[in-house]
Ligand binder design. Sequence first.
Ligand SMILES: [Zn+2]
Length: 187
Amino acid sequence: MKNTVIEATRIFPEEARLIATEKIKYYEKIKKPYLADIKTFLSKIKKIKNKFSQSFWEEALKVVLPKEYCHAVERLAYWRNMERFMTNKGFKKKIIDSEHDKAIAKTVSIQQLYPFQKLRKVGKRYQALCPLHGEKTSSFVIYPNNTFYCFGCHQGGDSIKFLQLINECSYIEALGQLSGGGYGRSH
Ligand SMILES: [Zn+2]
């Protein structure tokens, strides 16, 4: 059924937009009670002078974040993407699995699509907690050529594959969202 979300939003654009707005409101509400505590914690971390203990506490925060909060953040990213997609002019354009669209989609940076707050730069790569499986140490890597690989769950690929996995959508749907605009370019 997930593959048909895009088609459904085409047939019922107004309804789909309303649903997206409702969902965003709903998940914002879930997120809200945690925000003050997280902000306080983050500002305390920022004051730590030692870079190592600073990144330790950043990782620690991710581990202790309530599941409900993480889920809301994840879903919010999804619905915001959908909303952006639906309000974009490109939405009316027919999605074709063309080389041109693919090329555009692949330039959208994975960093930007990454749903959690913090990515750590290690040399030319980014390392972070994997959004595709539960883990406590960072085994998810984004490479300078805008591909990703997780040493924990062994998933990897380009930006299209990444969006497909985090939004649990079809290839065409991910391609459509990425090439239809609404996302900044990495170059
Ligand atoms: Zn993983």
